[in-house]
Write a protein that binds this ligand. Structure first.
Ligand code: HEM
Length: 435
């Protein structure tokens, strides 16, 4: 079907955009199609006071930190772009991530965390646990001062459950049990309240992004509860997807011995013996890893991208009326045979290798697009490449359970971002230290 079509659910109309060409218009028409209304729901879901939401959108008097006097939401978006798009502060963030990986992936740490077969080999480890444990810890270490681990040592452990449960906070209903999601939200809020109440010199090792955000909120006199809610949101946005993407990338690589050999050889020059990592080499000179990564994003970023229609507009000949919604089902666009060919629903490690331009055409939107285009996309890419390259080159990774089936995507969970595996589906790996 070429023209957008409309569905009516609970009295609201949802215009569904189905073609790559129309999805380009969907992302570019930012004055008619906005995420701001949904953002309010997200803000309240994360704990901002409903009655204070208007103050978060109101313009502020110009100051040195906010020379254009923007509202808090737009200012926060600007700070994300400023610090997470390539540039000096991005380089510092990547350097911090590199250090975090070096610490977290050391053999000594691994042997204290996992049972050993003998002094060189671990017993089977869940790959999903491995990826989430390393990636979530590494992201926290990159963004925040280490004092956050002392304030609440279990935050990283619970992030996976929090991510799976988050939809219950954003779509509350009396038919849904929110006990776990609310309890975790309270836990994270309490941790961040303690964190932001610390004098700045007691959290001086946080990244520039967090430091600037906290200084700006202080200057604007943002309510403490709202500040903590924003930090929980930032923590979740920064952590919620990369570990799942890394899991799928490593699953595909490990499941195919040939691919495993190729990616290891390709990435080896970027990995130093002391845990050093040449990120530029990984990003620019590892086309096979890049192809697998893009293929994973294509197949596992399957959620719905939403916008609120705030002004009447047209897309693909269809009239979209204000006060309704427009949406793209990523899975439908990401499996479009006209764009990706007859094998669009299957994993093909060579797809983006042979046609790298596919990553830049309308119809590939793992990070959304337009005004709300994910500012963390460069960092997420570096995180995943670095983790995969280090794992493959520092350790011999073997599948530990003969005949273990390839994990399936969980299509039943309302996900914001990358799909998780069906609960219980996993791959188990044995790590051997390379000498
Ligand atoms: C594989 C990892 C990631 C995926 C798949 C992902 C995906 C997305 C998507 C789909 C959006 C919404 C875009 C839209 O509606 O058009 C988004 C927004 C956002 N992401 Fe990511 N993201 C990832 C990693 C990150 C990281 C690591 C950070 C921060 C460190 C981050 C921070 C944000 C922020 C702040 C927004 C909101 C942007 C705005 O409202 O202007 N993301 N992300």
């Amino acid at each position: 079907m070429q023209e957008p079509f409309a569905l009516t659910i609970a009295g609201k109309r949802y215009y569904v955009i189905t073609t790559p060409a129309n999805s380009r218009l969907f992302f570019s028409d930012a004055t008619a199609l906005t995420l701001d209304g949904f953002l309010n729901r997200v803000l309240v879901g994360f704990g901002c006071g409903l009655d204070r939401i208007p103050t978060l959108w109101q313009a502020n008097p110009p100051t040195p930190l906010n020379p254009k006097g923007k509202n808090l939401i737009n200012l926060t978006e600007d700070l994300f772009k400023h610090h997470l798009l390539p540039g000096p502060t991005f380089d510092i963030l990547v350097e911090r991530y590199r250090g975090a990986l070096r610490d977290l992936l050391s053999w000594d740490r691994l042997t204290t965390l996992h049972p050993m077969m003998d002094e060189k080999r671990t017993k089977p480890i869940s790959l999903y646990d491995l990826c989430s444990e390393f990636m979530i810890n590494a992201t926290q270490m990159s963004l925040f001062d280490p004092v956050l681990f002392q304030i609440d040592p279990s935050m990283t452990t619970h992030l996976r459950t929090f991510t799976d449960e988050i939809w219950k906070l954003l779509h509350p209903s009396r038919l849904v049990d929110r006990t776990v999601s609310q309890q975790l939200l309270r836990q994270y809020t309490a941790a961040f309240l303690t964190y932001l109440r610390l004098p700045a010199d007691e959290r001086k090792n946080e990244t520039w992004l967090i430091k600037t955000i906290l200084e700006t909120y202080e200057e604007l006199g943002i309510h403490e509860t709202d500040r903590a809610a924003m930090l929980v949101m930032i923590y979740w946005a920064g952590d919620a997807n990369a570990y799942k993407a890394a899991f799928w990338v490593l699953s595909y690589i490990l499941y195919d011995p040939q691919l495993r050999k190729q990616v290891r050889q390709e990435t080896a020059p970027a990995v130093g013996p002391d845990g050093g990592l040449d990120m530029a080499y990984l990003v620019d000179r590892c086309p096979r890893l890049s192809s697998i990564y893009h293929e994973v994003l294509r197949l596992t970023k399957r959620d719905v991208v939403f916008r609120q229609v705030v002004r009447d507009t047209q897309i693909g000949g269809k009239h979209l009326r204000k006060e309704n919604y427009a949406m793209i089902a990523s899975c439908q666009l990401h499996e479009n045979c006209e764009t990706y060919g007859a094998d669009a629903v299957s994993f093909n490690p060579d797809r983006f290798l042979k046609q790298p331009e596919l990553a830049h055409q309308p119809g590939f939107y793992p990070y959304g697009g337009g005004k709300y285009y994910c500012p963390g996309r460069y960092f997420a890419t570096v995180e995943i490449y670095g983790f995969v390259a280090l794992m493959l080159n520092h350790y011999q990774m073997e599948l530990a359970v003969p005949g273990e089936l390839f994990p399936r995507r969980d299509e039943s969970l309302l996900t914001f971002g990358i799909s998780r595996p069906v609960p219980g589906d996993d791959l188990h790996v044995r790590l051997t230290r390379r000498t």
